[in-house]
Structures are given as C-alpha cells and as structure tokens.
Write a protein that binds this ligand. Structure first.
Ligand SMILES: Cc1ncc(C[n+]2csc(CCOP(=O)(O)OP(=O)(O)O)c2C)c(N)n1
Ligand code: SF4
Length: 351
C-alpha cells in the first residue's frame, strides 16, 4: 500500500493531553483518499477522540478489511498496532486480537461493502460474540475502491452517478446490530465531528461490542443529486434522537440541560457519558423500541443519528468465556501447564 509520511514539524503551541501528547502523536500517514472523502473526516474524529481520552497510542489496535474505508487506519494512530486484513474478514482478525490481548483498545474500521456484503456473516458473529471493541462502518452506500458499484446499504431508488436506479431494498446495519445484541449502537455523519467524537470516545470505553454506522459520503461516485448518501441528502434528512456528550473523569458535571432530558451514565474508567434526549418518544435503553423507531424513520426517508441504544450492564466475550484477568498473550508456560499430576488425573478420568 502506498503511503506518505507526515512531516514532523508542527506548531509549538499545539494543546497537549494528560500524557503531554498532541493530536499529531495520534495521527498516521498523509491520506491518499480523494479530497473531500468523508472517510478522512472519520479518521480525524478518531484522532481527536483518542488524543482527548489520553490513552497512549501503543494501547490501541486498529484492524480493517479492504476498501477505501479500510485503508484509513494508515492515516490515524501511526504508533499503534494494526492489521489491514482481507475483504470482509476484519471481524475474525479483531476477534483473535481481542482474545489474545484484552488490554488493548480495539478499533475496527470497515466499509458498507466490507461489512454488509462480503463480510455480513463475519459481522453477525462478532456482534453476537460481544467482542469488546469499537466497530466503525464508513458507510457511503457504494464500493468506492472498485469505482462506484451499488453496495447493500444503498437505498432503493437512489441513483448511480450515471443515473441508474438501485432496484433492491437496503440492509440497515444499525437495525442488524440491534437485532444481534450489540450493547452500544450509534449512527453519525462524517460531517458532524461534534456528534461523532463523543460517540467514538464512549464506544471505546464501553465494555462490550460498540457499533457506529457513520454516513461518510464518497465524493467520487456517490455524492450527486439522487444519492441518499450524499452530503446534501444527509444534511437535509438528519434527525438526532439522543446526543451523547463525554465528560472526562474528575471534570465538573454542570447542569446545563433542562431536568428530565438528561442522564449521566458512569463509564468503566470513571468518566461520564451524558445523554441528552432530543426526541420525546425515544428511549435509548429499550432495544425493541429503538429498532422500531429507527425502521419507521427509515421508511420516512429520515437518517436517525446519535446514540441509538446503550446497555449499561453490558459484558464482553471475556466475561462470557470467564478468561483470567491477565491477557492470554502474557501467560507463561507455568500458568498454562497444569503439571504432570493434573494431566494424569485428567487422563484417568476418561478411562
Ligand atoms: C475477496 C475480495 N472480493 C472482492 C474484492 C474487490 N473489492 C475491493 S474493495 C471492494 C468494495 C469496497 O467497498 P466498501 O467496503 O464499501 O469500501 P469503500 O471503498 O466504499 O470505502 C471490493 C468489492 C476484494 N478485494 N477481495
Ligand atoms: S473513491 Fe470515494 S470512498 Fe474512495 S477515496 Fe474517493 S471519495 Fe473516498
């Protein structure tokens, strides 16, 4: 893969986080995507979220499949662990990485083609296995890398660049994630950093499978009149349900919203996720109603964004499997080998 290293020079007064690092320490190589591609905005939001969380870059692992979206881990967190895998196979690699070292913060980057077409089976199983990760789909409704074929998330009737209509009903990944048991589900827009950054922060700290569908327009192949994944369409048809603000540990929690519309959720590291209800009839803790709401709005042509579902009592795959506290890749032979006597006893039990 081609990449261009970023010049090391930066403004001496860039703000630093609690570790003394600037956002530049969380960036990667220079992007080679088309100018204006939504995916670059998602990468910038990830850089900002990780820097603001003050987590050292080497504590992240970033895993992707194949596509313009899946190229983006090259453009953020240049000092973290990473693996650019095979089309639609990011979930199996992410599962292995998370099982081997549960202490790393895992970011999965995929495209709508990578997840909703070739990777659909893998996606279903990573959700139901509750892998503790932040799974982001850069959703542009098209196969950008292979030059603009309709993807499975493209809305029926939406047109290609040449004007041909899509004949098939779309797959809504948010609905699928809700149905399969994801314990954190959000949707956002690459052009809305104010919404996307807190969502990514909360997803990274969520203990369980966190899914974020980001509408991320492809300016080369799917940003024309007639596309329902264009910048103009999404700006005109967005409806926020629950806004999520992220309050770091020890920061003062001020009452800046009317009572009854706000809820503070404690995150595992002591920070707070502040939920602000924007639609009266929306309950982000009710999976079934969330699913119905999202689907009704979709029929009306509205793109519902924000934190759509949160299970505060979520657990992850390691809790289900009852693994030990030490990451599996740090176990020594002495921890793993029960010894000769134990082995003889096991063998005897089968005789
Ligand atoms: C097994 C396999 N099948 C097909 C391809 C060709 N291919 C590469 S990327 C891609 C689709 C990418 O679309 P998407 O995941 O939506 O990402 P985008 O480029 O739009 O960000 C396809 C079909 C491939 N690389 N490997
Ligand atoms: S082809 Fe589309 S998705 Fe790929 S980099 Fe260009 S704008 Fe982005």
């Amino acid at each position: 893969m081609t990449f261009v290293a970023k010049p090391r020079v930066h403004h001496p007064k860039l703000p630093v986080n609690d570790l003394g690092l600037t956002r530049r320490d969380y960036e990667g190589s220079v992007s080679t995507l088309c100018a204006g591609c939504g995916h670059d905005s998602v990468s910038a939001a990830i850089v900002q979220a990780c820097a603001e969380l003050s987590i050292p870059p080497h504590r992240f692992t970033k895993i992707s499949g194949i596509g313009c979206s899946s190229k983006t881990p090259t453009y953020f967190l240049g000092k973290s662990h990473g693996f650019n895998s095979v089309h639609g196979r990011m979930p199996s690699v992410a599962t292995g990485a998370n099982l081997a070292n549960k202490d790393l913060y895992c970011i999965g980057i995929s495209g709508d083609g990578d997840t909703a077409s070739i990777g659909m089976g893998q996606f279903a199983h990573i959700v139901r296995r509750r892998i503790n990760m932040c799974y982001i789909v850069d959703n542009n409704g098209t196969y950008g890398l292979t030059k603009g074929q309709f993807s499975a998330t493209n809305d029926k009737g939406s047109t290609s660049k040449k004007g041909a209509p899509n004949l098939y009903e779309p797959i809504d990944l948010v609905s699928i994630a809700l149905q399969l048991g994801a314990t954190f589900v959000g949707r956002s827009f690459s052009g809305d950093k104010g919404q996307l950054v807190p969502l990514i922060k909360a997803a990274l700290l969520h203990k369980g499978f966190a899914f974020i569908d980001v509408i991320s327009p492809c300016v080369a192949f799917n940003n024309h009149k007639g596309s329902t994944k264009s910048y103009d369409y999404v700006r005109d048809h967005r409806g926020d349900v629950v806004a999520a603000d992220f309050v770091p540990p020890h920061a003062e929690i001020t009452a800046d919203y009317a009572p009854g519309t706000r809820e503070d959720v404690a995150m595992p590291d002591g920070s707070t996720l502040r939920l602000r209800k924007l639609a009266d009839d929306y309950d982000p803790h009710d999976r079934v109603r969330a699913l119905a709401y999202v689907q009704h709005k979709q029929i009306e042509g509205e793109v519902v964004t924000g934190l759509l579902y949160l299970d505060q009592d979520a657990s992850d795959c390691h809790a289900i499997l009852e693994t030990v506290d030490t990451p599996l890749n740090a176990l020594e032979e002495a921890d793993l080998c029960p010894g000769d006597a134990a082995l003889k006893a096991v063998n005897a039990s089968f005789r």
